[in-house]
Design a protein around this ligand. Structure first.
Ligand code: HMG
Ligand code: MG
Length: 288
């Protein structure tokens, strides 16, 4: 019998690098993305068209998308917060975009300077305009278990935001444990409510690795039927507006874990190991 498939959505060049204090030269980003392009991913998030005043590290998104060697069959994704971001993503020829909202008010304010409802109202026309331009739209929900400002998140709040993103036509919604404090039990509880709003094949798990339970949380999501997981090569990452949040689960760890669990990911472990090494070397010396 052929092994069941699971997919890793590589977010290292975006979620991984956005929090690095050292200004990383565009050329280093291009080298990392070009290496990742040969690993076997279908989707790589490579840029973020947010305000460069808020996240200076991502200011060179247009140069990144212009400079990479695009591998056939790979979709190069960009995060956008508003219409201005969408326009920049279109001009840079991103293959797909991701819009993002929070399940918790505190993080919404800190991250994008508005309430959850305001952000959803702002994103609806962005999603529509992207779809009119034939760009697939992915959605993110942050703080699906905990918020750095508000504490534990009510799973009902997550389900509500998922429902709104589904109505906007997001082809997949990635559920972010932004802070990395989720436990498998709470992830399972959250998914139970979310699955009333979206089927498992339209959902992805996005786990940060602060408390060391990211792989257990992936297992909880696998048990609930999810088969797509976001991860960052070398375990890079963190969010500048989520104090205490550590890196994303490392791609090489998530891949090894999925393989051990009997899933085929289609990824080349040798390339992943080199990408992890390159990613680690890009970090500021103090953070290593
Ligand atoms: P604001 O200050 O409320 O908005 O920021 P504004 O519309 O008043 O804009 C302020 C200035 O930014 C203006 O410039 C705009 O032109 C400019 P000024 O007039 O002062 O010269 N601006 C832009 N410039 C370039 N591109 C744009 C853009 N938009 C405005 N798209 C805003 C609101 C949303 C823009 C800001 O808060 C922001 O950019 N936030 C992004 C924060 C961020 O990137 N966080 C990390 C990504 S989310 C994440 O990591 C979580 C995730 O991984 C899942 C998980 O783990 O949970 C996805
Ligand atoms: Mg994240």
């Amino acid at each position: 019998a052929t092994a069941p498939r699971a997919e890793i959505f590589e977010v290292g060049p975006r979620d991984g690098l956005q929090n690095e204090p050292r200004p990383i030269p565009t050329a280093e980003k291009l080298a990392l993305i070009d290496l990742l392009s040969g690993a076997g991913f279908s989707r790589i998030e490579v840029a973020s068209f947010v305000s460069p005043k808020w996240v200076p590290q991502m200011a060179d998104g247009a140069e990144v998308l212009a400079g990479i060697q695009r591998a056939p069959g790979v979709s190069y994704a960009a995060l956008v917060p508003n219409m201005q971001g969408l326009e920049r993503a279109l001009a840079a020829r991103a293959d797909e975009i991701a819009v993002f909202a929070s399940a918790a008010e505190g993080f919404s304010r800190a991250n994008i300077n508005c309430s959850v409802d305001e952000s959803l109202a702002r994103l609806a026309p962005v999603a529509r305009a992207a779809q009119e331009a034939d760009l697939p739209v992915r959605g993110y929900v942050s703080c699906v278990t905990d918020c750095p400002y508000d504490g534990e998140t009510d799973p009902g709040d997550v389900a509500r935001v998922v429902a709104r993103l589904m109505r906007m036509g997001c082809y997949e919604i990635s559920l972010g444990d932004t802070l990395g404090q989720g436990t498998p039990e709470r992830v399972a509880q959250m998914l139970k409510l979310v699955l009333e709003e979206a089927p498992a094949d339209r959902l992805a798990g996005h786990f940060h690795a602060t408390s060391g339970l990211a792989l257990e949380n992936i297992d909880a999501a696998l048990d609930a039927g999810l088969r797509v997981f976001d991860a960052a090569c070398g375990g890079l990452g963190g969010c500048p507006f989520a104090p205490g949040a550590a890196g994303n689960v490392a791609t090489e760890d998530a891949n090894a874990h999925l393989r051990r669990r009997g899933y085929e990911t289609g990824l080349d472990e040798g390339v992943l190991a080199r990408a992890a090494q390159m990613a680690q070397a890009m970090r500021a010396p103090a953070a290593r």
